[in-house]
Structure formats: C-alpha cells, structure tokens
Ligand binder design. Structure first.
Ligand SMILES: NC(=O)c1ccc[n+]([C@@H]2O[C@H](COP(=O)([O-])OP(=O)(O)OC[C@H]3O[C@@H](n4cnc5c(N)ncnc54)[C@H](O)[C@@H]3O)[C@@H](O)[C@H]2O)c1
Length: 427
C-alpha cells in the first residue's frame, strides 16, 4: 500500500471530479462505484458527466499516466489505499426521513477492506454526529479496528457547485474536522496536496458536519425570506427586484432573489438533517414550507391573469431543478405539474437536457421548440434557465397570453412588445 494511494468511493457528479483532480496531483486513485457503466467509462479515461468544464481533459491525462482506475469492488479499492474518500449520497425519502441506504452499504464494504493506518474521510453531507456515531462505529464493529488509533477518521464537507466543480475545488477552502489531532493533521495534509487548496481546520468532526448543513440552511432560509417579501411586494405593487438592488447597496444587507421554488438534492434536503434531529419547529422548517409554496403562488399568478386554466396549454421550460444541470430531484417543475394537473390544464415540458422518453416518464408531454404545437401554447412558465433559452424566440408562440418568469431573467419589455403579459416572481 503506497503512501500516495487514495480510494474514492462513489464516482458520481462530485466523486469523479475529485478522483480526476487527485489523480492529476500526484496520487494513485482507486475509484469505486456500484455502477458498472461508470466504472468501465472511467477505465477508458472517459466521463459519464457531460457538463463539467475541464473534467474530460483531466480524465484523459490520468488515464494516460495510469493514475486512475475504477472498480465495482470497493473492498479491493479500499484495501489498496492509504486514504479513503467517501462521497456516496445520503438522501431523504418521501416523508423527509434520512435515507442512509447507499452510504451504509458503502461503509460496510469499506469496513471489510480497511487496513491498520488507513485514513477514512467522509465528504457526503450528513446529520451532525454521523461520522463518529454511525459510520466510525460501524467500521470498528466490522473491522475490529479502533477509530483514532488503528484507523484515522475525518470529515470534510463538499461545498462545490455543479458546472463549476474544478474551479471551486481550487478556490474554496476545504473545511476539515478529525476525530483526533492525528486524523485532523493527516486529512489536512492530504487535501493541501491533493487539491492544492487552503484548509480550514475545525475543532472536531461535528463542527465540520454542522458547518455544511448550516451553509445550506442559510441559503434556504434567505431564499424563503426573499420569496415571502416578493409575495408581499406584489401585494403592495412594489418590484422586489428593485428593492433588492437598492437595499443591497450597503454591506449589511444581502437580500436573495425570489423564484418559483428551490430544488435539487442539496438545499431542499439538508435542512431536514437539522429539522429531523431536534430543530423541528423553528425558522428552518417555516422556510422549507415557504419555498415549497412558491409553485402554488406561480399558479395563483396565472389564475389571477387568465381565470380558470382548465384545458389551457401550459408549457414549462426546464424539467431540471436548475439551469444547465441534468437533475430532477425535488425540481419545482414536479410541484408545478402536480398542481396544474389538478386544475385539468394540458401540460407540456421542454428541456434540452432530457430525451422525450425521459420527459414522458414524468407523466407529461414533451414538446420540442420547433414543433408546430408551440403556436397553441397559452401560458409559459420558465423554471430552469438553460443556456438554450437565452436566444428563445417568444414570437413563435403566437397565441401565448402569459409568461411566468420563475427566475426573473427574461426581458420583460421585449415580451410585452409581443403583446404577451409578463409576470416575474416579485416583479
Ligand atoms: N451534486 C452536487 O451539486 C453536490 C454539491 C455538494 C456536495 N454534494 C455531496 O456529494 C454527494 C454525492 O453527490 P453526487 O452529485 O456526486 O451524487 P451522484 O448521485 O451523482 O453520485 C453518487 C455515486 O455513488 C454511487 N454509489 C451509490 N452507492 C454506492 C456504494 N454503496 N458504493 C459505491 N458507490 C456507490 C452511485 O452509483 C453514483 O455514481 C451528495 O450526497 C452530497 O452530500 C453534492
């Protein structure tokens, strides 16, 4: 087991970029994933991720230098590595309970492969205390090794933003917490070399875990505040966008932007890691409710303008939860679809990142922007502002009466010039 060997467990949207960077910074990476297709692509120097600038080049280089290989055998990858980085998701289920299914099974394999002296670093966002009490204990139980003495244990949250990961990995300081001084030192030295980034050492595992969830909660609560104010500003006939611009002209105000909802598997998910563990009745829970109610508000705006929407043809732009990312988890589009179906309107969805088959699997009709049907669309809701929509020709929607700009990004004047009513959220 060479000193500079790393197992990256989970080669997904975050794990693969991490593996690519480590393997270009002097480390031999043993990637592990349960998905055979991902593993075979990585072993050919290729990526299953299409929207991460710079990633393909790094993978090709690592492939040529033979510094990155992948396997479906996590035990083997771990047993060959001095450092193990875990980046397998923890999700929430339909009732917002924490779902550990994937990571528990990864931890089981890690425990079977671990050797004395290995450093295990968890990067997945998790409820506070899990590194020590759930995963560390499980590894001890199965391996018979003692955490802190026989193997080292650290937590370092992944704070990157899809589409910008390689830059973020260089620019954002890496927050690191350890179970003891030695674990902290080993993990900090590892990141300083493997990512060539600044490291912020915190007092313990729990502080590092808490920090990541706190960052997500901060975003969710501030977006909820912007949403609540936007709805109120609408009532008062005030543009929230103008308020934000004016108000943020001093350093103590950082009003966020309102929108049609918050999706993805980060911001709407991690608040439940606090809510479910003792912070049930506070601001965080209220913020979740407000952000999830914005799709209802968008439908209300439509009804205010159009009246009954039964049989109206409504096109939603973007199935994804946000621009330029292929991810549907908790997308506001799913909430909009549910509401609009109840009102018996006809729903069409366009998203250049998805095939028609993928879109139809959500029980809606896919619509190409070249289709003649665009002439029969009555209402458009912009949910995810993909790059493809920057040049969108709204004049092709010759019968469109109303556009709801769920991201406050479209040109209001040009839309109104076409005789189409424009409504932003708080604008
Ligand atoms: N996606 C983001 O924008 C983002 C940003 C910051 C942090 N994160 C953190 O990164 C975590 C991973 O996110 P992601 O976007 O890479 O997820 P992802 O779904 O793209 O990838 C997860 C990978 O883990 C693999 N996997 C599942 N179970 C496994 C197992 N038992 N053993 C080995 N591999 C297994 C899957 O096959 C998949 O390839 C998130 O849960 C979150 O905590 C994500």
């Amino acid at each position: 087991m060479e000193h500079n060997t790393v197992a990256v467990v989970g080669l997904g949207k975050i794990g693969l970029p991490l593996a690519a960077v480590f393997s270009n910074n002097g480390f031999y990476v043993n990637g592990a994933d349960i998905n055979k297709k991902i593993v075979s692509l990585v072993n050919m120097g290729k990526s299953h991720i299409t929207n991460e600038p710079g990633l393909n080049t790094l993978l090709e280089k690592a492939h040529q230098a033979k510094t990155l290989t992948a396997t479906i055998n996590t035990v083997d990858a771990v047993s060959k590595s001095k450092v193990v980085v875990v980046i397998v998701p923890v999700l929430i289920d339909d009732n917002n309970n924490v779902n550990y299914q994937f990571i528990d099974s990864a931890v089981y394999e890690i425990a079977k492969g671990i050797r004395k002296g290995t450093l295990v670093i968890f990067e997945t966002t998790i409820p506070t205390g899990d590194t020590r009490n759930r995963f560390g204990k499980k590894i001890e139980e199965i391996s018979g090794l003692k955490m802190g003495n026989d193997f080292y244990l650290a937590y370092s949250p992944e704070r990157v933003y899809s589409n910008h990961i390689l830059n973020n990995l260089k620019e954002y300081p890496k927050i690191v917490g350890g179970i003891n001084e030695r674990s902290l030192e080993l993990a900090s030295n590892f990141y300083a070399k493997a990512l060539n980034c600044k490291v912020i050492k915190v007092s313990n595992l729990e502080t590092a875990e808490f920090t990541k969830v706190a960052e997500s909660v901060y975003r969710d609560v501030n977006i909820a505040l912007a949403n609540e104010l936007a709805v109120y500003a609408d009532q008062k006939g005030v543009s929230m966008l103008e308020v934000i611009k004016a108000g943020n002209s001093q350093p103590f105000s950082n009003l966020h932007y309102p929108g049609v909802g918050v999706g993805g598997h980060c911001i709407p998910v991690y608040p439940y890691f606090f809510i479910n563990r003792g912070l049930a009745n506070g601001l965080i829970f209220t913020a979740r409710k407000i952000n999830d109610s914005m799709s209802k508000y968008a439908v209300k705006l439509i009804e205010k303008e159009i009246g009954d929407i039964k049989k109206q043809n409504i096109l939603i732009l973007g199935l994804s939860f946000r621009e330029n990312v292929k991810e549907v988890f908790k997308s506001s589009t799913l909430l909009l679809v549910d509401l609009i179906k109840q009102k018996e309107a006809n729903i069409f969805i366009n998203d250049p990142l998805y095939t028609n088959l993928e879109i139809s699997s959500y029980g809606v009709t896919p619509l190409s922007l070249e289709d003649e049907m665009v002439k029969n669309i009555d209402i458009i809701i912009l949910q995810a502002f993909h790059d493809e929509y920057r040049e969108l020709k709204f004049e092709n929607f010759s019968n469109c009466k109303l556009i709801i700009d769920g991201r406050n990004v479209l040109n209001k004047n040009e839309i109104e010039k076409l005789g189409i009513e424009y409504k932003g959220i708080g604008n």
